[in-house]
Design a protein around this ligand. Sequence first.
Ligand code: B12
Ligand code: SF4
Ligand code: SF4
Length: 371
Amino acid sequence: MSNPDLPPELLPLWELAAEVGLELRGTLPTSPLEPEVMARFQDWLADGRAGEMDYLHKAAEVGADLSQWKPWGKSVALFALPYARQAGGFKDGGRVARYALGKDYHNLIGRKLQKLGKRLRAKNLTCAFRAAVDAAPVLEREWAIRGGLGWRGKNTLLIHPEFGPWVMLGELVLDCELPAWSPPPAREASCGSCTRCIDACPTQAFTSEYEIDPRRCISYLTIEAQGAIPIGMRKLVGDWVFGCDICSEVCPFGDHDSDRSEDWGLLPVFAEHRLEDLLTISEQDFHELFTGSPLRRAGRAGLLRNACVALGNLGRGSLELESAAFHPEPLVRRHAAWALGEIGELGVLQRVLKLETDLEVRQEVETAIQR
Ligand code: B12
Ligand code: SF4
Ligand code: SF4
């Protein structure tokens, strides 16, 4: 790796980043983001679009002005790890977002950033540093766009000229001053008149170009939402068990990028297990099967909820759904009841109704019987 445009002051950072397996893709001073960005974000929050994602309110306080978050922070180094790979999921069906098929990017990128920070400190190039990957209150796309890594796609994702939407972002906030730098873009580009992502979204989660209502997004419903998936949305979720890639898959950018699955690995559960198996695994099996996987974020009950919905939409798994209809978690029972209704297992639902005591679940069972 070499970069003829790199300012000489950034060479040590570039080289140390390469040592830990990262490519430096830009540097910026931590001066606050433009007020319009924050105003849009505030409006977005006021509209209730954060749903159950309370952490986004913290990002609204400090995410545009990193010096409020880390007062010692003078610069931010920007990273983007490509993750293009074949679509995948459970054996025989049940799709999982590609970023989640292998190692958890929070750990993968977070550890590399941590290592980089320590090496910079060992060479007296920085004293304080803070790695940020997803979970920190940093508006990652806004910083990446400002840093010249790509442009804002109509699907709201950062579109990298070479990798398209298939990049995960990470940042290192540093207490040293660095010149603003970004590699010259491979080509000046924008979405132009394309609207493929808006047209392809099965839940119509885009309220307009560049604007999403996450509460309608399958990724939110299957990962972030803790409670029930609204009944009206369940059919639209299709066979997605965790996340959704549709608005990335239809994007014409990045579809020639090489397969990165070797860098990210594949969690054995996907090759070895059918979706039905999830409904009968123990708590311990769950932890063993999903150690180091982003799927843990949904929690066991959340993942079982998603598996029920996907099986209902695939029209299979009656036996396992029947056992899930007696699961200790009401959240799982109600989604199992919905799925059994979709498959037409009315006899099973009648039996479930005789024993069910939770009012909300009973209501779901009754609705499923009447459908
Ligand atoms: C919350 C969140 C979600 C939510 C909400 C998504 C969203 N678009 O905001 C949900 C759960 C739905 C989600 C889903 C996904 N996510 Co997400 N998510 C985040 C998170 C944690 C915060 C994003 C955020 O701040 N949203 C708040 C809103 C306000 O942001 P916004 O939509 O960009 O709104 C701004 C713009 O739209 C702008 N704007 C609006 N109109 C206009 C018009 C013009 C002209 C301009 C200039 C600006 C503008 O103003 C708004 C305010 O700033 C980031 C990580 C992070 N810390 O930043 C990852 C992140 C955005 N997610 C990521 C990924 C990969 C995904 C998924 C692809 C995962 C999957 N396969 O299931 C999907 C994609 C869905 C989609 N199309 O967004 C990556 C994106 C990488 C990239 N290439 O951009 C990130 C950066 C995580 C990471 N570290 O890499 N995600
Ligand atoms: S991730 Fe799926 S559901 Fe969410 S906006 Fe994109 S296409 Fe729509
Ligand atoms: S699908 Fe088209 S409109 Fe959507 S982000 Fe990609 S280029 Fe932009």
